[in-house]
Design a protein around this ligand. Structure first.
Ligand SMILES: [Fe+2]
Ligand SMILES: [Fe+2]
Length: 293
């Protein structure tokens, strides 16, 4: 007979971290891209130089495609979490997939409003293609037949710690650094602010999942670190080489490298803390303790 949380003595743990993330998502994850006013963005877009437009369009095309990819690639994770019987986590993940779809919706709407409706598939750099066409889907699809702790760590490190926690966070930093100072594209920045808040929950979920697995088997800490270092040394390094920035801030490349390194450090420190924690402690962490706002 199938075991349901709602028909067990344990019930649904409303104090657990994944349930708190679910509560937060119900409250903050319901923003609508259609409520954002893109009228100034349209005029601003025309006022940018061609080099600036090309640089921004490359960034947007990569985010747009990445959001679609992660909407697709989170599905095996939801199914795997369901199979291992983590029900509060599954409740939270229902909001996760909705939010990733909405982020795709946002970039689609933005491009439509600024009048860029052409095929953008030629724009992303090879590092982006390697991650979103190969590494990420392959890692996530593995969960369809392997729900072992190592497979879950591979998935969560690649998806939550690296793609969301390092690459996307560095991308948001780029948008703010380049556009805030020249006071342009307010609709784009408003949407990115909303996305960034949703993503703090996504990264928080990954942090929690990895911490939980490490607390159950501390040898998995070294495994997670190795995986993250591999991704930083290959894909992130490749990104840093291939991305060219000429339109806005001449010093942006160094700033982004520094920011990515800080993000990496922050993720690793949180994981290190899990080594000495018990499962219950991790399950009852507050959202702020794992960086969710
Ligand atoms: Fe997203
Ligand atoms: Fe996300």
């Amino acid at each position: 007979m199938r075991k349901l949380a709602s028909h067990s003595e344990r019930g649904i743990n409303r104090n657990s971290l994944p349930f708190k993330l679910y509560e937060k998502a119900k409250k903050f994850g319901t923003w609508d891209p259609r409520d954002i006013d893109f009228s100034k963005d349209k005029a601003d877009w025309q006022s940018l130089t061609e080099i600036q437009r090309n640089e921004l369009l490359l960034q947007v095309s990569q985010f747009y495609g990445a959001e679609e990819s992660v909407t697709i690639d989170i599905m095996p994770m939801i199914s795997a979490i369901s199979k291992v019987g983590y029900f509060e986590e599954e409740m939270y993940l229902t909001t996760f997939v909705f939010e990733e779809a909405k982020h795709t919706d946002f970039f689609n709407l933005f491009l439509h409003h600024i009048g860029e409706n052409r095929d953008l598939s030629h724009l992303p750099v090879p590092a982006w293609r390697r991650l979103f066409h190969e590494v990420l889907p392959e890692t996530m699809e593995k969960l369809n037949y392997d729900q072992s702790p190592k497979a879950l760590i591979d998935a969560s490190v690649t998806y939550n710690m690296f793609a969301e926690g390092v690459l996307a966070e560095t991308g948001y930093f780029y948008f703010y650094e380049c556009l805030k100072s020249i006071n342009k594209m307010p609709g784009l920045l408003e949407g990115i602010g909303n996305i960034k808040r949703d993503e703090s929950r996504h990264i928080g979920f990954g942090t929690f999942l990895i911490q939980r697995l490490i607390s159950e088997d501390p040898s998995l800490y070294d495994y997670a670190v190795e995986k993250m270092n591999y991704l930083m040394g290959t894909i992130r390094a490749q990104f840093a080489q291939e991305m060219v920035y000429q339109g806005f801030d001449p010093a942006i490349k160094e700033k982004l490298a520094k920011f990515a390194a800080t993000q990496y450090q922050a993720r690793m420190e949180v994981l290190a803390r899990a080594k000495n924690k018990k499962f219950d402690e991790i399950y009852n962490l507050s959202e702020t303790e794992i960086g969710v706002y």
